[in-house]
Design a protein around this ligand. Structure first.
Ligand code: HEC
Length: 233
């Protein structure tokens, strides 16, 4: 099944599930089959490609699904200063409760984490984001905080580029920020993330008489510790 057909089916199911009972009574036909199961037809209308495209905005780390478009740092600066700087700071320095665009240098960030210190206040685009296309995805879907998804693809390219400039990941001589350019960037933290290869847990669910010995409660969440029950042998 193609991705778009799959989305159509899902969207169709959701639309069907959410219709109020009155509209089902008014326009759709509900009938009982010979076996007694209920079937409903003529509910809702097909999802158009245009409607679907506004949902299909996930950009993957390797740049898959980045939209067509291009932006410049000059446009990005204007958008940033009007729509972003009030929270993230004129120079990307952040503000109380709002993250920095330019965080601490990578080695300092890692050292702080290794020392077990809180490094939330020094995180930023330069030390946290492993892939520029993911940054594009986040800005497009979530920012500006007061009006998410209000930026056009071109505006998002422009402001993503400007954020990368503030974060000192790129320098100011790039002309067109587009899908190819974002894909070509190696983020400072690119090597600090890895794919979690642990296998999925496939334990059989057990709700009663699960142990053939008396389990010993070793810690309690109320005590602030991890909860572990006995040892599975
Ligand atoms: C009203 C305040 C506000 C405005 C305006 C705003 N943001 Fe944000 N931004 C936030 C908050 C709050 C977070 C943290 C969200 C979270 O962690 O879930 C955030 C997170 C971010 C992050 C991730 C930072 C990190 O942790 O690495 C980026 C990038 C970002 N914003 C970019 C932008 C851009 C670009 C704009 C303008 C188009 C913008 N923001 C406008 C409040 C704002």
């Amino acid at each position: 099944m193609s991705k778009s057909t799959m989305y159509k089916c899902i969207a169709g199911l959701v639309a069907g599930a959410m219709l109020p009972a009155t509209s089902i009574a008014g326009t759709a036909h509900a009938s009982m089959s010979a076996e007694g199961s209920r079937s409903i037809s003529n509910v809702g209308s097909p999802v158009t490609d245009e409607q679907l495209s506004s949902w299909d905005i996930s950009v993957f780390f390797d740049g898959e699904n980045l939209p067509a478009g291009t932006g410049t740092l000059t446009d990005g600066e204007e958008i940033y200063q009007i729509q972003c700087a009030m929270c993230h700071g004129e120079f990307g320095e952040g503000a109380s409760g709002y993250p920095k665009m330019l965080g601490a240098p990578m080695d300092e960030f890692i050292q702080t984490a290794q020392d077990g210190e809180d490094n939330v206040s020094i995180r930023g685009v330069n030390n946290l984001w492993a892939h520029a296309p993911t940054l594009y995805d986040f800005i497009r879907r979530a920012m500006p905080f007061f009006a998410p998804q209000s930026l056009t693809p071109d505006q998002t390219y422009a402001v993503t580029g400007y954020v990368l400039l503030l974060a000192e990941v790129i320098d100011g001589d790039v002309e067109d920020i587009d899908a190819d350019y974002l894909r070509s960037i190696t983020m400072p933290s690119a090597d600090n993330f890895y794919t979690d290869t642990r296998p999925d847990i496939k334990n059989v669910r057990c709700m009663a008489d699960c142990y053939d010995y008396e389990p010993e409660v070793k810690a309690s969440a109320l005590g602030g510790a991890d909860v572990s029950v006995g040892a599975v042998e």
